[in-house]
Write a protein that binds this ligand. Structure first.
Ligand SMILES: [Zn+2]
Length: 338
C-alpha cells in the first residue's frame, strides 16, 4: 500500500469549492486500489516505514465504503505475515524492527480479514507471542507503554497495546488499573489530555487517553463535561476541527475529536452538517482520495480518517465505524463476541 500523497488535491483546485458536494464512493475505492500500483515512484519506497499502517488505513476505508474485497486478500495476508518478527511484534515492512504501532495495525488487519487462524497456522502460538511482545513493553511502575525496545513512552503506545490485546482477548496480560491511573495523571485542568503528565492538551492524545479508559471500562474517570467543552471548541467557522487552540483545521482531527466525543456520549456537541461539508470539500471529486484540508494533496491516511469521521457523523452509504477501535463496527462485534 503506497503512502504517496496525491496526485489529486482536495476540492476542485484553485481554491474553488463544489457547490453541491457529495460522497464520491466509487472514486475513493478506485483511488485506494490504485495505491499499490505506484512502486516505480521514489516516494513509494520513502514511505516504506509506514507500509503496514497504510494497509490498515486502506483496508478499513474500503470496508467503510462497502467494498471490503476490493484489495486482494491473499496478498495482504501474506504481506502482513512477512512483517512478523521473532520477538512477537510486527515491523512496518519486511525486515524492519518491531514497533507497537505497526503491531497494532497488523492485528487490526488480521482481525478485519478474519485471518487470525491462518496466521496461527503459519506462526504457531502467534497470538500469545504478540501478547507477550506487547505486555513486555508496559512500564509496570507507571502503567504506560514504550513503543519498542528502545523505550520511548507515549500514551499512543499504551492505547495501541490495549487495543491490540483487546482484539486478541489478551488484556489480562497487562496491569489495566495502572493504565487508568496514568491516564488520570495526564488530565489537565481543562478536562483534556496531553502526551504525558503536565503536557499541553492535544486532540490526538485525548483520543488515546479516552480510548484507554473505554477499553478499561473506566470512562467514569474522565471529566466528561469539561472535556466535551474543550473538544467542541476545536470546531472552526469553516466547520473543520483543529488539534488544539490556535491551530489550523485538519481532516484527521475530525476523527480524533469526534471519536472521543462519541465515546463519552457528547457527539451532539459538534455541528455535524458543517463538519460533513468541510470533509466533503477535502475530497478529490475526480480521482478520489481525501486531503487534510481543501487544496492540499490527498493521501490514504486522511482518506481513512475522513471516511471514519463521516461514518461517525452518520453519513448514508458508509458502514458504521467503532469509535474506540477505528474499525468497522461489524468486525469489532464479531471479534469481541466471538
Ligand atoms: Zn492530518
Amino acid at each position: 500500500m503506497s503512502l504517496v500523497a496525491g496526485p489529486g488535491r482536495g476540492g476542485l483546485g484553485d481554491g474553488q469549492f463544489s457547490q453541491n458536494p457529495k460522497l464520491c464512493v466509487d472514486k475513493h475505492v478506485a483511488y485506494i486500489q490504485s495505491l499499490d500500483q505506484r512502486r516505480d515512484e521514489l516516494d513509494y519506497w520513502l514511505t516504506e516505514h509506514l507500509r503496514v499502517s497504510g494497509i490498515y488505513w486502506g483496508l478499513t476505508a474500503l470496508h467503510l465504503l462497502g467494498h471490503p474485497d476490493a484489495l486482494p486478500r491473499d496478498d495482504l495476508l501474506k504481506y502482513i505475515i512477512s512483517c512478523f518478527c521473532d520477538d512477537g511484534g510486527f515491523g512496518a515492512a519486511p525486515g524492519h524492527d518491531s514497533h507497537m504501532l505497526y503491531t497494532l495495525s497488523a492485528v487490526q488487519v488480521l482481525v478485519t480479514l478474519d485471518a487470525l487462524e491462518e496466521f496461527e497456522q503459519q506462526i504457531p502460538r502467534g497470538k500469545d507471542k504478540i501478547g507477550r511482545f506487547i505486555a513486555d513493553l508496559q512500564n509496570r511502575e507507571s502503567g504506560t507503554f514504550a513503543g519498542d525496545r528502545w523505550g520511548e513512552e507515549d500514551t499512543r503506545f499504551m492505547f495501541a497495546g490495549l487495543l491490540a490485546l483487546s482484539l486478541l482477548h489478551l488484556k489480562h496480560l497487562v496491569d489495566i488499573d495502572k493504565c487508568v491511573q496514568y491516564v488520570k495523571s495526564c488530565q489537565n485542568f481543562d478536562g483534556a489530555y496531553g502526551v504525558s503528565p503536565g503536557a499541553e492538551s492535544h486532540s490526538a492524545r485525548v483520543y488515546t487517553c479516552v480510548g484507554t479508559l473505554a477499553l478499561a471500562g473506566r470512562l467514569d474517570a474522565a471529566d466528561t463535561d469539561a472535556l466535551a467543552g474543550w473538544l467542541s471548541e476545536r470546531q472552526l467557522p469553516n466547520g473543520g476541527l483543529n488539534g488544539r487552540p490556535e491551530k489550523l483545521e485538519d481532516v484527521c482531527y475530525s476523527w480524533w475529536v469526534l471519536s472521543s466525543m462519541a465515546m463519552i456520549g457528547r457527539l451532539h456537541w459538534i455541528d455535524k452538517d458543517r463538519l460533513t461539508s468541510f470533509i466533503f470539500q477535502c475530497q478529490d471529486p475526480e480521482n478520489g482520495g481525501i486531503a487534510d484540508r481543501p487544496g492540499d494533496m490527498v493521501d490514504v491516511f486522511h482518506t481513512h480518517f475522513g471516511l471514519a469521521g463521516l461514518s461517525l457523523l452518520g453519513q448514508p452509504g458508509l458502514a458504521e465505524v467503532d469509535p474506540t477501535y477505528c474499525m468497522p463496527k461489524q468486525v469489532v462485534e464479531r471479534v469481541l463476541n466471538g
